[in-house]
Design a protein around this ligand. Sequence first.
Ligand code: SAH
Length: 249
Amino acid sequence: MVHFVGAGPGAADLITVRGRELIERADIIIYAGSLVNKELLEYAAEDCEVYNSAHMTLEQVTGIMEKNRDKSIVRLHTGDPSVYGAIREQEDVLERLGIEYDVCPGVSSMFGAAAALGAEYTLPGVSQSVIITRMAGRTPVPEAESIEKLAAHGASMAIFLSAGMLGELSERLIGGGYAPGCAAAIVYKATWPDEKRIITTVGGLAAAGAENGISKTALVLVGGFLDGGYERSRLYDPAFSHGCRKGAE
Ligand code: SAH
């Protein structure tokens, strides 16, 4: 059995209780070494075999899974495995091999980053949507999802895997309709001890990144939700009734 487990954004105590228990019971762990916090491996049993997938191909990873099909295998991915985790291709191989698997969710770095800033992506009167996207790199992005087209919505955006392309990202966000002065943030290594939070503007992204020496392991957040203005929520408005509370007339 293979358990895909979300390791969380960085801090070791941000893994789920279920994820930690799966690590404790694992015979084999294959972890994404570039971003998973190695402290999590301390939860593993002494005789657990540990592999770092940073140096491995898909075939090598699934080869270990096949060879140990009767053991408990944890495949540890950073954040939540469903976001840029490349789990679908592993699941397909396991299905072909008749090996069972399940997925334990994790705290994505987009939530670690929002927490670091005390920010709320979905502010009433500002935006009620979050766009999760990236710049095209070696992995292409469909044309209909270009930064310009997504920026045109003016929604809150969490942009992954793009910290090395901040100049181009900034230009394309502006090309899509964000004002150069619109608020933006770069959060480097959210929830790690060396976390950096940089508040800037869409037009200032490249300079802010260069000044702070950031070119990887960072999220770019963009949108009015970082600006301060909003309308208070209906849910906690004294005049508003809902299923759990009757409001004042
Ligand atoms: N599944 C992961 C994302 C993996 S893609 C998740 O849910 O978070 C790797 C990208 O995620 C990095 O390039 C960076 O953009 C982002 N990332 C991962 N951990 C991060 C962290 N602690 N702080 C900021 N960005 C992070």
